[in-house]
Design a protein around this ligand. Structure first.
Ligand SMILES: [Zn+2]
Length: 210
């Protein structure tokens, strides 16, 4: 598949326990990069450190070495669609680190895109090093995220644009409370990724962009 005359490169399993997208891509016979094979085999998120926070890191860890290997596999002319799953109860959404990838987010049939310029990976995510987007879907290894992956693949092959609501992350939620992802909180922010167990915060604060 292509986008703007650039080959699309699918990536899944950057986190080893996020299995549904891997199974979905395999079920369609599509080529993709399996992010963290060792962690995938053990059904754990990572071996030594978060691979999707290891790009451009040189600490000799398994994940830092694997990140460098992945960057050698994926050319700069390619665009990445990098599938993730989350424990957060949420509709599927795209993550961008650069607004110029918004037209790609509009091609995958999701309702929301979240711009993480100052992201939680501190600039060491795959999409900080290659053009592209990440996609977050609910359920590490569930039918819901399996189907959500197939939905993205179908949308990409149909080559139609669907407008998305765009949010920008600007802070973290630290206090327990009653939050619903993508529903504006009375305090004026929109929660994103509330319910994700892998981080040491409750969720992210985002604002709607015009
Ligand atoms: Zn992930």
């Amino acid at each position: 598949m292509q986008w703007n005359d650039r080959p699309i490169r699918f990536v899944a399993g950057l986190h080893g326990n996020e299995k549904a997208p891997v199974r979905a891509l395999e079920s369609r016979g599509l080529r993709f990069v399996l992010g963290n094979p060792r962690a995938y085999e053990r059904n754990v998120r990572f071996i030594e450190r978060d691979l999707n926070a290891s790009f451009g890191v040189e600490d000799g860890s398994y994940e830092a070495l694997r990140a460098a290997e992945i960057l050698r596999k994926i050319g700069e002319k390619e665009v990445v669609v990098d599938f993730h799953t989350t424990s957060a109860s949420s509709v599927p959404f795209a993550i961008l680190t650069d607004k110029k990838m918004l037209p790609l987010a509009e091609r995958i049939g999701v309702a929301y895109a979240v711009l993480m310029t100052h992201n939680i990976k501190k600039g060491h995510a795959l999409i900080n090093f290659r053009d592209g987007i990440s996609v977050e879907m609910h359920g590490y290894d569930t039918e819901e995220s399996f189907q959500a992956t197939l939905h993205v693949l179908r949308a990409l092959s149909e080559e139609r644009s669907v407008p998305v609501r765009v949010y920008e992350v600007y802070g973290v939620i630290k206090e327990l409370g009653d939050y619903e992802n993508f529903t504006e909180h009375p305090d004026g922010f929109t929660p994103v990724l509330v319910g994700e167990q892998s981080y040491d915060f409750i969720g992210l604060k985002a604002r709607r962009l015009g």
